[in-house]
Design a protein around this ligand. Structure first.
Ligand code: ZN
Length: 271
């Protein structure tokens, strides 16, 4: 049993609003970017299915790409989180050999940051640029602190529910703390939930910069998600296109970021 003072509701609201925003500003896609994105999707639709890499080539691609993206992702992370004491940028980048769908994710395991790409995803990549973009995008979720923010939002949401439930019960003592646990537990399993679109765009922006700095072409890399694919597999599991909705805005945003990189415009923080 827990007692919730009335001001907890207001405090939770403030936390909720503060936790929703992105840390870095997302470059605005212009008409040319949007048009190019629509064309890319149309081309991908016309092309149809892809040739799948064999397992050995997929592993070699992963090793090649991780060797370049991991140090660059870590460097970006350390530079951008220098003001946060003890922020852990030493990500373990691995292949998820259990996952049978094409997907990639960032998560914390026992407090350690981990990025994993599934074998089916690696086998579906058409170039090193694509594998590098996906990996760099996941670094964006770490640097954007999306897991942490999403958790804060869940807690704030649960507290709000608690305040409402407490008020309805007239006696706050009747409120069950389990409701908080429920709120925190939602979508906690790695690779099984979607971030907000703002977080996806922020990760694409950061990912495009990391991939470019690691020597890859972010525009070619973003072609991985610039094609129509099912959000769920036949078994109902979320795929990469389910957890990373492949709308044209994402691709257009990558193009806008590439323009910024070429014009030597640095990453901008949201004030
Ligand atoms: Zn993502």
């Amino acid at each position: 049993m827990m007692r919730f003072p009335r001001f907890a509701g207001a405090a939770a609201m403030v936390a909720l609003v503060a936790a929703c925003g992105t840390t870095y500003s997302i470059p605005e896609a212009g008409a040319a970017h949007t048009e190019a994105a629509a064309m890319k999707f149309a081309q991908a639709t016309a092309q149809g299915g892809r040739r799948q890499l064999n397992a050995k080539s997929a592993e070699q691609r992963f090793s090649r790409v991780a060797a370049r993206v991991e140090p660059m992702g870590r460097k970006y992370c350390e530079a951008l989180t220098a003001d946060r004491a003890d922020f852990n940028c030493a990500v373990q980048v691995e292949i998820d050999r259990e996952m049978d769908v094409r997907n990639a994710y960032f998560t914390y395991e026992e407090g350690q940051p981990v990025i994993r790409l599934s074998m089916p995803l690696l086998q579906d990549t058409a170039s090193d640029d694509e594998a590098a973009f996906v990996m760099s995008h996941e670094y964006g979720h770490l640097i954007g602190r999306h897991v942490e923010k999403q958790r804060q939002q869940a807690v704030a949401g649960a507290i709000l529910v608690g305040v409402i439930a407490g008020a309805a019960a007239a006696d706050a003592d009747l409120f069950d703390a389990n409701i908080i646990n429920l709120g925190v537990g939602v979508g906690a399993a790695a690779g099984t939930f979607a971030y907000s679109q703002a977080y996806e765009l922020e990760s694409d922006t950061l990912g495009a910069r990391i991939a470019h700095a690691a020597g890859y072409d972010p525009e070619a890399g973003a072609e991985f998600f610039a094609r129509p694919e099912e959000a769920r597999t036949g078994a109902g599991k979320l795929s990469f296109w389910g957890t990373h909705p492949p709308d044209k805005k994402r691709y257009a945003t990558v193009l806008a970021t590439v323009d910024q990189i070429e014009a030597q415009i640095g990453l901008q923080k949201v004030e």
